[in-house]
Design a protein around this ligand. Structure first.
Ligand SMILES: [Zn+2]
Ligand SMILES: [Zn+2]
Length: 270
């Protein structure tokens, strides 16, 4: 095994571990933290009414189901051509590695080691390719991630700032952003510093999801894939959106488990 192959393998293992940690621990862990630590603390301070509390729990669950649901569906619906023996199609070619004919716009991913229908890009965070069948889930994951992070940052700000007095919160943020400041403002690390770190992570994810969503949504509206983002727009924007979100897009955008078929029959380019 060459050094390049070894590093490639190592990166692949890291990608898989990262994906599983995110799926199995980080996302449910975040909800558990919000519900069992942040919520009781804020109820103690602000004493909201039962209607407000019920609305908050409903919105939290709605966001959680859409983030997790779209994430799981993105991972398990990548439209790969593994063990599929397709017939030759006009404009398509043959993949020697998958031993099958593939339609145009289906590419072989080196990391997934399989051809993906209408491949958009390989996503490091999901350790999967984004293509014909999961582009809808991927975009909605990013959108709901953005909404969830804004929503949770609002509550987390009040939660974390309640742990500090005067300018303590601001100084704690500075000490985390620049650890050298610890020599000038000596204060032992405490649990509240971890809360500040989590809050900063929360805010960072708002920016991360916004940048990715803007790039991929713009490509979707223009009818191009991530690799073609510099190409001129194709087709009508409404058809482009329906070719990704499916015919039942109005359900798909609020519920990840609804069936919203993409019209592969009329879309000759898949
Ligand atoms: Zn292939
Ligand atoms: Zn891939």
């Amino acid at each position: 095994m060459t050094r390049h192959q070894f590093l490639y393998k190592l990166f692949y293992i890291f990608e898989k571990v990262h994906c599983h940690v995110m799926v199995l621990f980080s996302t449910p862990g975040f909800l558990i933290f919000e519900m069992s630590v942040v919520r009781p603390a804020l109820i103690e301070i602000y004493k909201p009414g039962i209607a407000k509390q019920c609305l908050h729990i409903f919105l939290c669950m709605f966001c959680f189901i859409n983030v997790t649901g779209n994430m799981m569906m993105s991972i398990y619906n990548d439209g790969n051509l593994k063990n599929k023996r397709l017939k030759p199609t006009e404009g398509g070619d043959y993949c020697k590695l998958c031993e099958t004919y593939r339609p145009p716009k289906a590419w072989h991913c080196r990391r997934c080691n399989v051809c993906i229908l209408r491949r958009d890009h390989h996503c490091f965070f999901f350790s999967r390719c984004i293509g014909l069948y999961n582009r809808r889930y991927y975009l909605l994951y990013l959108a709901y991630m953005h909404i969830t992070m804004i929503y949770s940052s609002y509550y987390n700000y009040y939660f974390v700032s309640s742990k500090f007095k005067d300018h303590g919160f601001f100084l704690a943020v500075l000490r985390i952003l620049n650890p050298v400041l610890r020599f000038f403002i000596p204060e032992p690390m405490a649990t509240k510093d971890l809360y500040v770190l989590l809050f900063l992570f929360n805010v960072g994810l708002i920016a991360w999801s916004a940048v990715l969503f803007r790039f991929h949504m713009r490509n979707t509206i223009r009818g191009v894939t991530a690799h073609e983002h510099r190409d001129p727009a194709k087709n009508n924007w409404r058809d482009n959106l329906i070719s990704v979100f499916g015919r039942r897009w109005y359900f798909a955008i609020v519920w990840p488990f609804v069936d919203s078929p993409v019209d592969v029959e009329t879309n000759k380019e898949y």
